[in-house]
Each structure stands twice: as structure tokens, then as C-alpha cells.
Design a protein around this ligand. Structure first.
Ligand code: PLP
Length: 357
């Protein structure tokens, strides 16, 4: 027996429309990592139908797969440009996010060789120290603007390191560095915020927003109510129910000891399904409006829950492991990670279907 993963493309589309109207400026959709593990082949067309025209992926291979789904969308590649990929960028009209002078040099050479103006985005590092042009590189670009010859600059962008923490002073500091940097570059549209950044409001509500996680139901405002619609539900069937006496242990290494006679439900999902082993003895599942504590270790294909008092739960019943009743953000807290990793961990074994949850 296998878990079931239900994914609601209409909910993702509604989330995009909500974010776009809140942002009040152009809004893209980030569909990297196979739409955060939920299936770009199904979700990207739904987002396009909802009005999204600009899409971001991480890599060239993701861009090529997306181009087959969306022949008319604008596709930007966050990882930038490698010279050997020139033919594919040209053939499929892919826009690299350029983050070094070397990448800019390679892409403008491609523009020259092909005799075309080529669309690209420039990534300015304003404090993440991960990707993007450094201050010394900006100086060079300002002094030698011919380095951008042949580029159709679609956006100057940066990425916030603390957007989910509205009180963090680095948000304003990054914005100030970004505003200073863009004034030194040719005039171009800007792109600044991810999902959480949209909720910072004020001067952050400008340019092309790049939401990802919130489209898929992850809370962009941690610590406050989640304004997004849930997009997935992971359920798994109960395989067996047993009564164990007080003092019995459950699962590998006996990490849980029954404090009283306990009704144990063994469920057909485990860490091979992306149900993190770190959830052992910490998480809860949902059934029929009730919560069941996870007891013992999560193993590869099985997880055990305390179903004491839940008479309606029997072999064959489906419990919800992640979904509207057990949000990804709550699962993330138990697992010591974030909602993003909960989503991208979802394995390929669960039986997937798409439609209303
Ligand atoms: C992944 C990513 C995003 C999307 O971020 P979310 O927090 O998922 O909304 C936006 N911009 C860049 C540069 C990214 O790498």
C-alpha cells in the first residue's frame, strides 16, 4: 500500500492571483525544483492560465522542460549562463540571470555572434553573498557600460536574506544598497521580492515579484496566520492496529515506551516518502478532526501513531500526514526544517493525483 499525494493546481493558481493583486505590480512564478516538488508540468500551465507570464527556474534543464509546457512564457534561469549552453538559450529564448562579469561577457559574446539583442536579467548581490554582482564588479560595469552591449536588460534584481522577518533591519539595508546599485546601471525594470518580500509592503511593492513557496501554500508570514490556500495533502493508509500494554516499546531502538495501554496504528508511509525521520516522536497526523501523536521512529516505509480513543480509525483508514489539517509549516517545525524542504522532499513513491483537495 502506498501513500497518496493530492495536489490542487487551482489552489496554486488562486494563490498566484492573490499575491499578484497584493503586490500590485508584475508578478512572476518561481517553479524551480519541479515547482517545489509538486510537479511543474501540472502547476506551471495552471499558473499561466491564471495570468502568470514570467517564470523562474533554477537550471537550464528545468528551463528546457518548462519550455515544452509553456511555449509563450518568459523563462528566466536563476543559475545564470554557461557558454556551452548558448545554442539552447537562443533556440528556446531563455533569459539568464547574470551574476558575474564573466557571465555577462559570455552572454554578450553570444549576442554579438548571433547578431541579436538578447534578453537577460542582472543579479546584484546586496547582502546574501551567494549569487550576484559584487561592488567591485558594479564599479567596472559603471565605468565600462559597453560591457552590457547587445543585452536587452529585462530586470535588475536582488534577493532578500530576511524577508520572512519584517522587523529585521537588513531588509531596509538591502533595499538601500539595491536602489544605490540600480542608479549606477542603465535604466531597467527591477525585481526584488520573493513570497515573503511581497508582505513587507511599502517600497518593496515594486518591480517584478518572484514568489515561489507561497504559491504552493507555505506561509510567507511565519508567526502570523497563513494567508495562502493549502495546495497539497499527503495521506497514507493504516495497515494494522494493535493494543500494547503499558511499558511496551514501539519501533526501531524502542525510543517510545507506552505510559498506559495504547492503541497503535501503523501507517504505510515513511522517510522514503519524504516524511522526515526527524519527525520521530514529535509530529502529529490528522484523522476525522482529531490529532494522533507520532510515536517511535519514522522508518523507511512505516510510521506509528497513538490512536488511543479513536475508535473510528481502523485498517484501511487514511490519515493525513501533511495537508490542510497538518500544514507543511507545522510539519517543518517538528522536523527542524522549513516548509520548503518539507515540499521538495516529497518523494516519487506516493500515488500522485491532481484536483481539488
Ligand atoms: C527561490 C527564489 C525565489 C522564490 O523564493 P520564495 O521564498 O520561495 O518565494 C525568488 N528569488 C530567487 C532568487 C530565488 O532563488
Amino acid at each position: 500500500m502506498t501513500p497518496k499525494l493530492r495536489i490542487d493546481p487551482d489552489a496554486a493558481a488562486a494563490n498566484w492571483q492573490f499575491l499578484a493583486s497584493l503586490h500590485g505590480a508584475p508578478t512572476a512564478a518561481v517553479v524551480k525544483a519541479d515547482a517545489y516538488g509538486l510537479g511543474a508540468a501540472r502547476l506551471a500551465p495552471a499558473l499561466y492560465a491564471a495570468g502568470a507570464r514570467d517564470f523562474f527556474v533554477a537550471s537550464l534543464s528545468e528551463a528546457l522542460a518548462l519550455r515544452r509546457q509553456l511555449p509563450d512564457a518568459t523563462i528566466a534561469v536563476l543559475h545564470g549562463f554557461a557558454p556551452r549552453a548558448g545554442a539552447e538559450y537562443l533556440a528556446h529564448d531563455l533569459h539568464p540571470v547574470l551574476g558575474t562579469l564573466a557571465e555577462i561577457g559570455a552572454f554578450t559574446a553570444l549576442a554579438r555572434d548571433s547578431g541579436r539583442r538578447l534578453a537577460a536579467l542582472l543579479h546584484i548581490d546586496t547582502g546574501m553573498n551567494r549569487l550576484g554582482l559584487e561592488p567591485a564588479e558594479l564599479d567596472r560595469l559603471e565605468r565600462e557600460p559597453e560591457r552590457l552591449a547587445g543585452l536587452d536588460l529585462r530586470a535588475v534584481m536582488t534577493h532578500l536574506a530576511h524577508a520572512e522577518d519584517p522587523a529585521h533591519p537588513d531588509n531596509a539595508a538591502q533595499l538601500a544598497r539595491f536602489e544605490a546599485a540600480r542608479r549606477r546601471l542603465p535604466a531597467a525594470p527591477v525585481s526584488l521580492v520573493n513570497s515573503s518580500g511581497i508582505f513587507l509592503g511599502g517600497a518593496f511593492r515594486q518591480g517584478l515579484a518572484r514568489p515561489g513557496a507561497a504559491l504552493y501554500g507555505v506561509n510567507p508570514t511565519p508567526g502570523r496566520p497563513n494567508p495562502m490556500r493549502p495546495v497539497l495533502r499527503l495521506t497514507a493508509p493504516v495497515l494494522q492496529i494493535r493494543e500494547v500494554p503499558a511499558g511496551a516499546t514501539v519501533g526501531y531502538n524502542g525510543t517510545w515506551t507506552a505510559p498506559r495501554p495504547t492503541r497503535v496504528a501503523t501507517v504505510a508511509a515513511g522517510y522514503a516518502d519524504g516524511y522526515h525521520r526527524g519527525l520521530s516522536n514529535r509530529a502529529e497526523a490528522a484523522f476525522d478532526g482529531a490529532r494522533l501523536p507520532l510515536i517511535g521512529r519514522v522508518s523507511m516505509d512505516l510510521t506509528t501513531f497513538d490512536a488511543t480513543g479513536l475508535a473510528g480509525l481502523e485498517p484501511g483508514s487514511e490519515v493525513e500526514l501533511i495537508g490542510p489539517a497538518v500544514p507543511p509549516d507545522e510539519v517543518a517545525l517538528w522536523a527542524g526544517t522549513n516548509g520548503y524542504e518539507v515540499l521538495t522532499s516529497l518523494g516519487s513513491r506516493a500515488l500522485r493525483s491532481y484536483g481539488p483537495l
